[in-house]
Design a protein around this ligand. Structure first.
Ligand code: IPE
Ligand code: IPE
Ligand code: MG
Length: 246
């Protein structure tokens, strides 16, 4: 239904997902929260496949925030296990997916860190789509981390204070080579960023849906893209200027 309405010439180049609602989805079915996380992992795979087929070059999935460490230990363990299980080389190579761990990789458990680094190295030349997974990520951590590295470079004389620009900060973020998201999709009904990419989302179009992440499907993605394409992105200009430039 929505797929036919998509203008393939104006696809968002980067879609970021705040995958929320796994726990409530499971609880509504009388199940443990972890059941929702397993279902959510399947949704992630399906969404990645759908985005690849459409020809979206970059996607990012917010999978675990630095704040999520304060959840009950068994839930944290489930999320760590699930992540480790999904860092399977084979699937990434078969689907030509380039993987990027976006987050505080140095403070991940060693096995997850090793697996992530190995997968990034292994998939670095893959071309179909680039997938970032924000894991042990928060925007405030990322900005403080960037500030620290930049300050160090200035202190050591590698950079001049006057040369610090927005672009300098961009280069030091965990998102590295990825362009800023054009479209942010948050499932699960909450309308907040929960410490996700505050810098990168400066001009993103925000899309919120009540659908819980495990129920999010291809049709939901098409609908969000159609909604995105109905908006006029002005980047500070007037509507008339934007129309004239077309
Ligand atoms: C999102 O689902 C997944 C993570 C935050 C890891 P939640 O687990 O937050 O699900 P709700 O919001 O409690 O329903
Ligand atoms: C945001 O979801 C983090 C992820 C999706 C990984 P949360 O469920 O942790 O967000 P809050 O706590 O409701 O803001
Ligand atoms: Mg939540």
């Amino acid at each position: 239904m929505y797929k036919e309405q998509i203008d393939m010439a104006r696809l968002p180049q980067h879609i970021a997902f705040i995958m929320d609602g796994n726990g409530r989805w499971a609880q509504a079915r009388g199940q443990q929260r972890s059941y929702g996380h397993f279902a959510g992992a399947d949704t992630l795979e399906a969404t990645l496949r759908c985005a690849t087929k459409l020809g979206i070059p970059y996607v990012t999935f917010y999978a675990f925030s630095t704040e999520n460490w304060s959840r009950p230990q068994d839930e944290v363990n489930t999320l760590l296990d699930l992540m480790l299980k999904h860092l399977e080389e084979k699937i990434f190579m078969e689907n030509d997916v380039k993987f990027l761990l976006v987050g505080d990789i140095e403070n991940l458990p060693q096995n997850l860190r090793d697996a992530s680094e190995r997968l990034m190295e292994k998939t670095k030349n893959n071309k179909a789509i680039t997938m970032g997974v924000a894991f042990n990520y928060s925007s405030r951590w990322e900005l403080a981390h960037a500030a620290k590295i930049i300050a160090k470079e200035v202190k050591e004389g590698k950079m001049k204070l006057e040369d610090i620009t927005a672009e300098t900060i961009d280069r030091h973020l965990a998102t590295g080579i990825m362009p800023n998201p054009d479209l942010l999709i948050r499932t699960g009904g909450e309308q907040r960023l929960s410490n996700f990419q505050m810098w990168q989302l400066a001009y993103a179009e925000l899309y919120f849906t009540d659908t819980y992440w495990p129920d999010f499907n291809d049709e939901c993605l098409y609908k969000a893209i159609v909604d995105y394409q109905s908006r006029q992105r002005r980047f500070g200009k007037t509507g008339e200027q934007v129309t004239e430039n077309k």
